[in-house]
Design a protein around this ligand. Structure first.
Ligand SMILES: CC(=O)N[C@H](C=O)[C@@H](O)[C@H](O)[C@H](O)COP(=O)(O)O
Length: 227
């Protein structure tokens, strides 16, 4: 009998590729995002992270990897899978793991992260808690999150604004909780990804540095025009 490894075990010590595109970006197209996910799979990613139930369903049908799904609604306050309704739509679309904001900020429907965890688990999926601080990560772990990710450090109150990844938060979370910690946000080199694992991360998410040609082109273009 063969058993399917859990998504948490599948990403241990390995790379997760975030295949997303902002509103208005030419890459924001379901078929294009599916190709990015297939490229990530071909390149050796252990899992992919994708936004929007439609994209989750298309990617889940196209790759054999675990799919970490989210649903961004807006771009201020709690916008990453903000409510149970969003989370269940992502799970029903086929995500193995639902990523959701677990910061201390008020949620748009007045609900709680703990309720979201309960609902997603009942639907048969796991939960990745996207946090900005040590306190938020420790609480999310106690509330039953299966993974805690540093996704929102640098973007939500109480966290440092940095140009690079928040590896101090990765290390602090890894010391504070037995729940697997994911390093995510502004990781731009393989060396930074390896350093995150060395600091205690269970897995590493890289998005922009791999899957965002508009942002990558902008980095080169602005560097040249500033000279
Ligand atoms: C803050 C926020 O909304 N982060 C989003 C979460 O899904 C994505 O826009 C990021 O691309 C992802 O976290 C990966 O990070 P980076 O692209 O820096 O490697």
């Amino acid at each position: 009998m063969t058993t399917t490894p859990s998504p948490v075990a599948a990403v241990a010590g390995r790379l997760i590729v975030s295949c997303q595109a902002p509103e208005g970006d030419p890459m924001r197209d379901t078929a294009t995002l599916v190709r990015l996910a297939r490229s990530a799979e071909a390149g050796g990613a252990a899992a992919v992270r994708v936004n929007d139930p439609e994209v989750v369903a298309a990617v889940a049908a196209a790759v054999a990897l675990p799919v970490i799904g989210l649903w961004k609604d807006g771009d201020t306050g709690v916008y990453i899978t903000p409510t149970v309704r969003h989370a269940l739509a992502v799970a029903e679309a086929g995500a193995h793991v639902v990523a959701a904001d677990a910061t201390a900020r008020p949620r748009p429907d007045g609900g709680s992260f703990a309720d979201l965890v309960t609902a997603v688990h009942a639907a048969g999926a796991l939960v990745m808690a996207d946090v900005a601080t040590l306190e938020e990560g420790a609480l999310a772990a106690r509330q039953g999150a299966d993974l805690v990710s540093t996704t929102l450090s640098g973007y939500a109150p109480g966290s440092p604004r940095r140009t690079g990844p928040d590896l101090e938060l990765v290390a602090a979370l890894a010391r504070a909780t037995a729940t697997p910690v994911v390093a995510e946000g502004r990781i731009t080199t393989p060396e930074e990804a390896a350093e995150a694992l060395a600091r205690g991360a269970h897995s590493v998410v890289v998005g922009t540095a791999i899957t965002a040609p508009t942002a990558l082109t902008h980095r080169f273009a602005t560097h040249l025009t500033r000279r």
